[in-house]
Design a protein around this ligand. Structure first.
Ligand SMILES: Nc1ncnc2c1ncn2[C@@H]1O[C@H](COP(=O)(O)OP(=O)(O)O)[C@@H](O)[C@H]1O
Ligand SMILES: [Mg+2]
Length: 348
């Protein structure tokens, strides 16, 4: 009776659970547990079945002092490692068959992955900031020493130092916007925005840069309002980033076009959508890079990106903003012919 109760209780838990009797024998294991540890463990002593010192000593302590405890349990196979936090709980019951210990395996692999991603991110940021810093420190040393009386060199070095400092500044601004956007990703925007205004605004702020690069820059499909629910500042940031990339990587003298249209969504985006294509006629991007392009700090050509003052964060920011708007970013590129970055946004 008591055993049956325990069995149906354990069966209702989706994560691996074991019940050990006072002797340390595994008397119950639910399906997730036998899947994890093997069916042979039933009726065996926990020492044989679990074999990981940290967990074994927790179980020992729980038996000896009726202590609740936690330990890690790592399962490795071809697919990689799965990490569990195992909670060991003595069962306080006088009923025969209901005493002993309960072991509950909670999968925490995703937490560890998040932790690793955070660590990588910190390492990347430090590296990205150190590069300009090292350059600046090097020039300061040169200006104090060998170049002290060289007016021409001084001028040139100051201008490089300024570029590097500005790039660090942009990096910090981009990092702050990235963390802001990430924090808001689950909050749906609620303002009514006219995308035609957004596109005209973005293009107006880049007009000067386009003229300098002798690029023609035009917006099509904005003669009527294009209304949607969104965050105007963030959408402006999206089209500033994409258009700036098109100008930078599209190459001097090559046209850049923004084309807006209203259409019916396809696939997972049912209903009316607004679509904007940002089209350049640059060298394009090797398909090999496309899946990783929106990762933070990912660049096709690090040297080129740095030389143009890039931070490698623009597309990561774009991606998060588009996600917040429940939209899609599609990148099509043909090496030698150019690239099209399409943003599809639901109207509602
Ligand atoms: N229109 C484009 N044409 C070719 N390559 C592009 C284009 N837009 C982006 N890229 C590539 O994607 C990388 C990441 O872009 P982004 O996140 O905006 O960083 P950044 O421009 O600061 O380098 C760029 O370094 C570049 O290699
Ligand atoms: Mg960019």
């Amino acid at each position: 009776m008591a055993e049956q109760m325990m069995q149906s209780l354990l069966a209702s838990v989706p994560e691996p659970m074991l019940h050990l009797d006072q002797e340390g024998l595994i008397v119950q294991a639910n399906d997730p547990a036998t899947e994890l540890l093997g069916g042979w463990i039933l009726g065996r002593n926990y020492v044989t079945a679990l074999r990981q010192p940290g967990l074994l000593s927790r179980v020992e302590a729980a038996f000896a002092r009726a202590e609740v405890g936690e330990a890690r349990f790592v399962q490795a196979d071809q697919a990689g490692e799965t990490v569990f936090r195992v909670r060991v709980t003595p069962v306080a019951s006088q009923l025969p068959g209901l005493d002993g210990l309960l072991l509950h395996f909670h999968d925490v692999t995703h937490l560890r992955e998040a932790e690793e991603m955070r660590r990588d991110f910190v390492a990347n940021v430090s590296h990205e900031l150190r590069t300009p810093l090292t350059a600046i420190l090097g020039f300061i040393e040169t200006l104090r020493g060998p170049a002290r009386n060289d007016v021409e060199a001084t001028d040139r070095f100051f201008s490089i130092m300024e570029d590097e400092a500005r790039r660090m500044n942009r990096m910090v601004s981009d990092l702050l916007s990235l963390s802001r956007v990430e924090g808001q990703e689950r909050m749906r925007p609620s303002d009514e925005v006219d995308l035609a205004d957004v596109l005209n605004g973005a293009v107006a702020s880049l007009r000067h840069q386009a003229d300098e690069g002798k690029n023609t820059l035009e917006v099509l499909g904005v003669d009527q309002p294009l209304l949607l629910t969104g965050d105007e500042d963030q959408l402006t940031q999206v089209f500033l980033n994409l258009t700036e990339n098109a100008l930078k990587y599209g190459g001097a003298g090559r046209p850049v076009t923004l084309k807006a249209s209203e259409e019916e969504g396809t696939g997972s985006m049912k209903g009316p959508v607004l679509r904007v294509d940002v089209i350049d006629q640059g060298d394009g991007i090797d398909p090999l890079h496309l899946p990783r392009l929106t990762e933070r700090f990912y660049r096709v050509d690090t040297h080129r990106s740095r030389a143009m003052g890039g931070t490698g964060l623009g597309l990561a920011i774009v991606k998060h903003i588009v996600n917040r708007h429940r939209g899609r970013l599609r990148i099509m590129s043909e090496p030698g012919l150019g690239s099209t970055f399409s943003v599809v946004l639901p109207k509602g």
